[in-house]
Write a protein that binds this ligand. Sequence first.
Ligand code: KIV
Ligand code: ZN
Length: 512
Amino acid sequence: MTDKLIIFDTTLRDGEQSPGASMTRDEKLRIARQLERLKVDVIEAGFAASSNGDFECVKAIAESIKDSTICSLARANDRDISRAAEALKPANSGRLHLFLATSALHMEKKLRMTPDQVFEQARLSVRFARNLMADIEFSPEDGYRSDPDFLCRVIEAVINEGATTINVPDTVGYAIPELYGNFIKNLRERIPNSDKAVWSVHCHNDLGMAVANSLAGVKIGGARQVECTINGLGERAGNCSLEEVVMAVKTRKDYFGLELGIDTQQILAASRLVSQTTGFVVQPNKAVVGANAFAHASGIHQDGVLKARDTYEIMRAEDVGWSANKIVLGKLSGRNAFKQRLQELGVAMESETDINNAFIKFKDLADRKSEIFDEDILALVSDESVTHSNEQYGFVSLSQHSETGERPQACVVFTVAGKEVKGQSDGNGPVDASLKAIETHVKSGAEMVLYSVNAISGSTESQGEVTVRLQNSGRVVNGVGSDPDIVVASAKAYLSALNKLQSKADRVAAQG
Ligand code: KIV
Ligand code: ZN
């Protein structure tokens, strides 16, 4: 019998709760497909009852993903649970994840319920859910700050009602590794039916200890499921990072002695996709997926690595999906070579038309940039115009003039519902002038809350990747655009954000 650690990814639910990280249905589907390639055991696809948009996302993911279990969050009430079960109907394997706060603070101030009322609601909600689905997870929200005696009562009761996974959230990131590990150990020892459920950890990163706490929950507490997100995305300081926890368990198998189902070579593609979709840039020194994670700058280190890699490397870059930053394709590369490289990078395009569109963009880029790196290809395929030729706004061309001492001018040609229009404006700089030129037609009234530029492959020859975050009527969306010309990348990012703003989809972020 192998001792397996279940990886439960909540990028699309808890990750999305991060302000500004809300994603469209298509973006969530693309990420879910990458999570399936990564072979995560459970994908928490959303919070079906929180909005029609979330319901549709969970349902679409349940229809399309076949290898991972698909989960929906639900408050512990019949309406939420029924709605989640409905969205999960098409799933090969579905899970209902019920939560109800159990800490004195949350019960009194947030729920305004007595502990006895919470106990009854937890019990009855699991009973109700169990009639709809076999796989039931229960989370006592703010579990780590709850009274252990009360928690024991609630958990014993929900396991009796048929909960199959018990998750102990450190909702506010207050835990310390040793204390959190022992907290779970204690619960498991005291609750008579604790062996009837899989125990799970769910840690937030407010004190920077989400990964350490999760690992302690596994090692000391005996948990066999970790809830985590790609790049540690999540509210406030984020959640436990999937790539760090997975690589810790894999690299230190001597210590943890646990099996994982994850295909670690898909980690980098997942990290890139989530970062490009949300506009949350990965810091260069981030473990496992940061640009410098495997770079050896000092002479002594370089010398050591050249003589024997394990002098300074504890994991192989290839094992998490890094290929040497080599020139992969050029101007003369054909469609087959391009398609093969997409497959090697784990990028699945839905149709031949999508591949053709991406190939045209690749050729266009190769005409302007002699060296094309993996990073360029990943940025290119994450550009929505490749897969969404029917968007409201589409970039066509841009010209701008800037000179020291003169106010920059820009002229942008773009399509509105397929018809070409031209906008002209001046501005503080060429980017400002270009975005104002677009606004002369669109008049969105949106407020820009973030603008950032990132050099994709780290030199002045590289493409610029621009993220624009817009806010309008309480909705926040991100647009990402890439191009060797950062003014063009900015215009593309702006149009992409406008497309999302005007899309009809209801994208009210789930509130857990
Ligand atoms: O942090 C938390 O408590 C949660 C629960 C809903 C599991 O996200
Ligand atoms: Zn959480």
